[in-house]
Design a protein around this ligand. Structure first.
Ligand SMILES: Cc1cc2nc3c(=O)[nH]c(=O)nc-3n(C[C@H](O)[C@H](O)[C@H](O)COP(=O)(O)O)c2cc1C
Length: 230
């Protein structure tokens, strides 16, 4: 955390330790893999309410993520207010109409075809919660003085991954949505110019008719996503 007064190096004993055997490690790693394989991006939600504390606890988990110089350059806005969700939907759909009408370019539209998305974003009003992720391009003290943040996209993306994993572990579904551009979210949510909206995450329970595109379940095999030197 960046502080105006100099913070000094003050090492403390490691507070948490795990000492699993090889078999235990393998079991835990495999269980987590199976758990994460059950995460699916969902585009059809029910309006069934979710307690605010569940959402804020998941955001707290996101806040445990590592970050450049521990500056934690993120802010998460959670919205269940229907009027605000409606406004976000209208403004996002306006951007999306431009995107699908040619702004995206042919290659991008072709890549999205098997995912089955379009400019209609009903989930933005149906899902009980939206979480908008902001990255803090620079930090600001209350008097407006700026300080630098480091590795901002890397840090915010890791925190967002923690958030998605935490929502999934609470049995919730999410849709990561990125209208382009997203500047309207600063005005709608009263966030400063130092912050850049990076994602809208719709959170809720899947509708009874919810489907997933089959291509989304085609994950690259381990041999393609990793190289090992021993
Ligand atoms: C940065 C990012 C932006 C995305 N934007 C959208 C989006 O605007 N609309 C949408 O329907 N899905 C969006 N997705 C979801 C992807 O389509 C989805 O993750 C992918 O198809 C794989 O499916 P899975 O999440 O179920 O594994 C986005 C995902 C990411 C990571």
């Amino acid at each position: 955390m960046f502080s105006r007064t100099a913070l000094s190096y003050d090492p403390q004993p490691l507070p948490d330790r795990f000492d699993f055997t090889g078999d235990e490690m393998q079991q835990k790693a495999s269980e987590f893999l199976e758990h994460m394989r059950k995460r699916h991006t969902v585009r059809d939600f029910t309006p069934k309410p979710i307690p605010r504390e569940v959402i804020t606890t998941c955001i707290e988990t996101a806040g445990t993520a590592p970050s450049g110089a521990n500056h934690q350059p993120w802010h998460f806005v959670a919205i269940s207010n229907p009027a605000l969700k409606q406004r976000i939907r209208e403004e996002a759909e306006e951007e999306e109409r431009r995107f699908y009408a040619g702004g995206a370019g042919d290659e991008w539209i072709k890549a999205l075809e098997p995912i089955g998305t379009n400019e209609d974003k009903p989930h933005l009003t149906i899902a009980p919660w939206l979480i908008v992720v902001f990255s803090q391009r620079w930090g600001e003290f209350s008097d407006g003085t700026r300080y630098k943040n480091y590795y901002v996209p890397e840090s915010v993306n890791i925190a967002t991954g923690f958030l998605l994993a935490s929502l999934h572990s609470a049995g919730l579904c999410a849709l990561t949505h990125t209208p382009n551009p997203m500047k309207f979210l600063n005005t709608a949510l009263n966030r400063p110019a130092s912050e850049k909206p990076t994602m809208i995450i719709a959170v809720g329970h899947p509708s009874a008719e919810a489907q997933v595109p089959s291509v989304a379940k085609l994950k690259k095999p381990l041999s393609e996503i990793s190289t090992v030197f021993e």
